[in-house]
Design a protein around this ligand. Structure first.
Ligand code: SAM
Length: 213
């Protein structure tokens, strides 16, 4: 993603603590206090400008969503969407996915979404891919038993790599589509990247995998 640095982003995120969670460490194991209910929590890691989490939150008012994005200059666009839609069931966290265990305890989350994650095609960058083994361990440690990852990408190489990574980790493949937009899958909410790449005629790969614990 081309990143335009926005020096004011941090201040704006701080102005809306009802949407952009400050000091998230304090909510580890207590996220129901943030949402004011104990509905299931689904997180999107690498949420970008937030079109997906916002769309999902509108479509599923009884699920709580948390969009996680490392760059404040990017997630601030997600904040604008949430302010405009005034949604109570979506929050944002501007943190690195490597640090998620500081903010979430086992069973805090029911599902992890990974959408159009950066492919990091060079072998020496494998550890940065959000489907690398160390990230799977992080997700497993915050999910409920049998929790799921739902993954979409336009990148065939990353999709193949990720299927191998899920398999090596002992995960169960529940659903796969090699051409999501031509499939019978219903209720798809498009991300920004998905709109961009599918408009160019690129096919979208999607899978659902489950931890076997
Ligand atoms: N999910 C959005 C979509 O489909 O339109 C954005 C996709 S964009 C290619 C990937 C996003 O993941 C970027 O905004 C990037 O900053 C974020 N990201 C990459 N690595 C991350 C990490 N370790 N922790 C949090 N966010 C990360």
């Amino acid at each position: 993603m081309r990143l335009r640095y926005k020096p004011w982003a941090k201040d704006k995120l701080n102005e809306y603590p009802q949407y952009s969670i400050q000091q998230p460490e304090q909510y580890k194991g207590r996220w129901e206090e943030v949402f004011g209910n104990d509905h299931p929590i689904h997180i999107e890691v690498g949420t970008g400008k937030g079109q997906f989490v916002t769309g999902m939150a509108k479509a599923n008012p009884h699920i709580n969503y948390i969009g996680i994005e490392v760059y404040e200059s990017v997630i601030v666009s997600a904040l604008d969407r949430i302010i405009e839609a005034d949604l109570p069931n979506v929050k944002l966290l501007s943190v690195d996915a490597n640090d998620l265990s500081k903010f979430f305890a086992k069973n805090d989350v029911e599902r992890v979404y990974l959408n159009f994650s950066d492919p990091w095609p060079k072998v020496r960058h494998e550890k940065r891919r959000l489907t690398y083994q160390s990230f799977l361990k992080i997700y497993e440690d915050l999910l409920i038993d049998g929790g799921e990852i739902h993954f979409k990408t336009d990148n065939q190489g990353l999709f193949e790599y990720s299927l191998m990574s899920f398999s090596k980790y002992g995960m169960l493949l529940k659903y796969i589509s090699l051409d999501l937009h031509q499939s019978d899958y219903e209720g798809n909410i498009m991300t920004e990247y998905e709109e961009k790449f599918s408009a160019k005629g690129q096919r979208i790969y999607r899978c659902e995998v489950k931890f076997q614990n």
